[in-house]
Design a protein around this ligand. Structure first.
Ligand code: ZN
Length: 138
């Protein structure tokens, strides 16, 4: 069995951002030499998410608005967690959007539906954050 472990470092200039990391994951699969297997991709931070959905700008904007309704960043005083970091909203947003995805690898490629893309969602950026890619297979 072949394995590969890799970390992506992501530092967004804004507090919140959605970044398509599909090509980074595919590069890691190619590097691993795995033809048939699985790839796990997870945010290594509790204020960021990895999820799969459409790479359509309108949808990304809809996510931003929807998440701000569910867990608005401000006022900071509305959250018990705040006071030290003021990132309670980022923890809540991450919970909604999820921690990781697991994808099938077939013939050395991500075995995806037509519109599936892997996104890293940042909810408390402006600093280095890590994404883990773990590939297993043959
Ligand atoms: Zn926190």
């Amino acid at each position: 069995m072949k394995t590969l472990r890799k970390e992506l470092i992501i530092n967004t200039p804004t507090r919140r951002a959605f970044i398509n990391i599909t090509q980074d994951v595919q590069k890691a699969i190619t590097e691993s030499g795995v033809q048939e297997g699985l790839v796990l991709v997870n945010a290594m931070h509790i204020t960021a998410s990895v999820y799969i959905n459409d790479a359509e700008d309108g949808l990304l904007s809809d996510y931003e608005k929807w998440l701000e309704k569910l867990a608005p960043e401000k006022p900071h005083s509305q959250y018990a967690h705040n006071g030290y970091e003021d990132n309670a909203d980022a923890h809540l947003k991450r919970q909604i959007m999820g921690r990781e995805v697991v994808c099938a690898i077939t013939n050395g490629k991500l075995d995806f539906g037509t519109w599936e893309q892997i996104f890293y969602a940042e909810f408390d950026g402006k600093r280095n954050k890590r994404v883990l890619i773990k590939i297993i297979g043959e």
